[in-house]
Design a protein around this ligand. Structure first.
Ligand code: ADP
Ligand code: MG
Length: 262
């Protein structure tokens, strides 16, 4: 049965999409079956996976509105080794029609039910807001991975985000957990980064991933070729960091299974 992780942060530009694409490719590299769901109308995870978002015959919006099956909309991302449920601007319209539907918060969860057993991991790339789309991701997920930059306002935004996740979880998905906090675009030469990193350790202890994603130009270049960093430059620090993150996530999961908390 797949573990479903929502990659969420209401802030834009913190590395959600980069984390989705590269974590999906890294988990696939270690022979896991992975489905990546693009839930952002900007369709960056779609383009970054090498799929033309303007030429989709089916996409996530039709899955959410019940116009097609999830399997019909899925495409295999050859270079990444994972399945992708693509998105484009039409998803904005789907969000509006979603608001009038019954069980609107659980549409994605329902759509995933028949395929959950086919995957080891399902990753959901959320838009930079706490919209009905993000709520759908949080209701469908077992855990939330929060990518964040170690900057001055990060902790403040984080408290709000966690309160929202807890509120949504309590109402619609009591089993939802904060799976982990991921430091992205880290430049260890900057002392503010180290200060914020220390604070995060104190506040979040074991929920903070040990793996840190460095600022790395290869990670920023790869999407313009429609490739995960692993396929673009496997030896880059960025690609290697996401491989390490995949390892850490798998280890955490094994540990949780052994202690019977999962
Ligand atoms: P979000 O999905 O949260 O809006 P993105 O993953 O799209 O954030 O990242 C925002 C921008 O920063 C993109 O241009 C991306 O290529 C770049 N970026 C993300 N992570 C890194 C990194 N570790 N090093 C360098 N650039 C990065
Ligand atoms: Mg994004």
């Amino acid at each position: 049965m797949a573990k479903v992780f929502a990659i969420a942060n209401q802030k834009g530009g913190v590395g959600k999409t980069t984390t989705c694409i590269n974590l999906a490719a890294s988990l696939a590299e270690t022979r896991r079956h992975v489905l990546l769901i693009d839930l952002d109308p900007q369709g960056n995870a779609t383009t970054g996976s090498g799929i033309d978002k303007l030429a989709l015959s089916h996409s996530i919006h039709e899955v959410l509105t019940g116009e097609c099956d999830l399997i019909e909309a899925m495409q295999f991302c050859e270079q990444g080794g994972y399945q992708l449920l693509p998105a484009n601007r039409n998803l904005t319209a789907a969000e509006v029609s979603l608001l009038q539907m019954s069980g609107k918060e659980a549409r994605l969860r329902k759509a995933l039910e028949p395929v959950r057993e086919n995957y080891d991991y399902i990753l959901i790339d959320c838009p930079p807001s706490l919209s009905m789309l993000t709520i759908n991701a949080l209701v469908a997920a077992d855990g939330v991975i929060i990518p964040m930059q170690c900057e001055y306002y990060a902790l403040e935004g984080l408290t709000d985000l966690m309160a929202s996740i807890e509120r949504i979880g309590a109402r619609f998905n009591p089993a939802l957990k904060i799976e982990g906090l991921l430091r992205t675009m880290v430049d260890t030469r900057i002392s503010l980064t180290q200060d914020v990193s220390e604070q995060l350790k104190q506040h979040f202890a074991e929920r903070l991933y040990n793996t840190v994603i460095p600022r790395n130009v290869r990670l920023a270049e790869a999407p313009s070729f429609g490739l995960p960093a692993l396929a673009y430059d496997k030896t880059s620090r960025g690609a290697q960091a996401y491989l390490a993150l995949a390892g850490e996530i798998a280890r955490r999961q094994r540990k949780a299974q052994q202690s019977g908390t999962n």
